[in-house]
Design a protein. Structure first.
Length: 455
């Protein structure tokens, strides 16, 4: 039996080994899920909502355990990991609130009554990444369950432990056996089997744009529904009329959080030329104060990268002798560490300025005026997120409308929350997750006309 090895990114120690699912395992899981899903969909909406709230309460009772697992398997600082576990709880609770509000429409027509129904798709496959193992798994799982579907979750090969524990907690909360199953495995094996299986009605994939295109192509063969949340190269636009001190103080968190392993990382910092030098003066101490160290220490702000392979990928964008404007420190000894790094102007040109690095690296570029800022912001194949810093409300609205991205924030880097839609433009993805419409994305709309004619 093939096994997956879970490695602690901070120590390079073996944490656990987990059996890897085979195509036969996937096939058997789909059969169980379809059976459980029919029972689940037949429950009264209030009963489904009650069980999902109980699931949320069960997660709430194990927040610290889940957070500690996340520290070990993903290297996330404990403060971040606690937030992630809480996000799973909150999203389950939010999704439960939508169960009894998943209503159809009564549409006026001649000769009868016309109504629509929202019906579950059946079995949904959720393929989650390693950068935010718990929250992103819940982004697909919670609304899919709330809409009456069964869910098969394939976590990333390197981070299966929190997903497996969530499946246990679902059973503890009283969800039917087989309704929510976790299938750890390799992408080309278990992931491909889930995508290709005729019994999965929808695939929710979060990962690289390259793999997302493969998933989309495979789903096209069966006209299977798909939601894709892919890469990003998000801009952080700082205008001269902004509170420059505040913008500089907030910038490190926008690209160093989760060690830069975030599709929404503001890794392109665009600064208006009039305040460029002042911004760089303020940015350096802010970056150097972003503490890197032991993820289990509550004072740690940045942990290691997920793996040696990811560290090599980041290094390929920034040579060891590159003329970095700012370079932080890293702990001695083992661990997949990489320093906070800021490249400037020409040193940050080329690949580093337009491709997703997925590490603690930002490129700072000057711009002349509003039109130039928008041009630079849109000069990428991605369009996931971004920030605009200005005191001018009209400018904030103009630029927000002009930047081709799905999630923008003004004078803030907070553009993602479970109660609002999330998704990207261009090659950052397809469809939307989260927010009030999340449940509807896991349903079919059925139209029924009832004649009232006597004849």
């Amino acid at each position: 039996m093939h096994e997956l090895q879970v490695i602690d990114p901070a120590t390079e120690e073996l944490v656990a080994t987990v059996p890897a699912a085979t195509p036969d395992d996937v096939d058997a899981a789909v059969t169980r899920a379809a059976r459980a899903g029919r029972t689940w969909a037949a429950l009264a909406p209030g009963d489904r909502a009650r069980l999902l709230r109980r699931f949320a309460e069960t997660v709430d009772g194990q927040l610290e355990e889940l957070a500690r697992l996340e520290v070990r398997e993903a290297g996330h600082p404990i403060g971040n990991a606690r937030w992630e576990a809480g996000n799973v709880r909150d999203l389950l609770d939010y999704a439960a609130g939508g169960v009894e509000r998943l209503t159809g429409e009564q549409i006026p027509v001649a000769g009868g009554l016309n109504v629509t129904f929202r019906e579950p798709l059946g079995v949904v496959a959720v393929i989650a990444p390693w950068n935010f193992p718990m929250p992103i798994a819940a982004w697909g799982t919670a609304p899919a369950l709330a809409a009456g579907n069964a869910v098969l979750l394939k976590p990333a090969e390197s981070t299966p432990l929190t997903a497996l524990r969530l499946a246990e907690l679902a059973l503890d909360a009283g969800l039917p056996e087989g309704l929510f199953q976790v299938l750890p495995g390799e992408g080309p094996v278990a992931g491909k089997a889930l995508v290709d299986h005729p019994g999965t009605a929808k695939v929710v994939f979060t990962g690289s744009t390259a793999v997302g295109k493969q998933v989309m192509a495979a789903c096209a063969d069966r006209v299977k529904r798909v939601t894709l949340e892919l890469g990003g190269k998000s801009p952080n636009i700082v205008f001269a009329d902004a509170d420059v001190e505040r913008a500089a103080a907030a910038a490190p968190g926008s690209f160093l959080d989760n060690t830069g392993q975030d599709c929404c990382a503001r890794s392109r910092i665009l600064v208006q030329r009039e305040v460029y030098d002042r911004f760089m003066e303020l940015l350096e101490p802010a970056v150097l104060a972003f503490r890197t160290g032991d993820p289990s220490d509550p004072d740690t702000a940045m942990g290691p990268l997920i793996s040696g392979a990811q560290r090599d990928r980041v290094r390929s964008y920034v040579g060891e002798d590159a003329p970095a404007a700012i370079r932080g420190g890293i702990p001695d000894g083992k661990g997949f560490w990489y320093p906070a790094t800021v490249l400037e102007g020409a040193a940050g040109g080329g690949r580093a300025a337009v491709e997703e690095i997925f590490g603690p690296v930002a490129v700072v570029l000057p711009f002349e005026d509003e039109a130039d800022a928008v041009r630079l912001a849109n000069a990428t194949d991605y369009g996931l997120s971004g920030s605009v810093w200005t005191r001018d409300v009209a400018r904030a609205l103009r630029v927000s409308r002009a930047v081709a991205a799905g999630n923008l924030s003004v004078n803030s880097h907070s553009s993602v929350r479970y109660s609002t839609p999330f998704g990207g433009y261009k090659q950052s993805g397809l469809g939307r997750e989260l927010g009030p419409g999340a449940l509807a994305a896991f349903t079919e709309t059925k139209n029924v006309f009832i004649s009232t004619d006597d004849a």
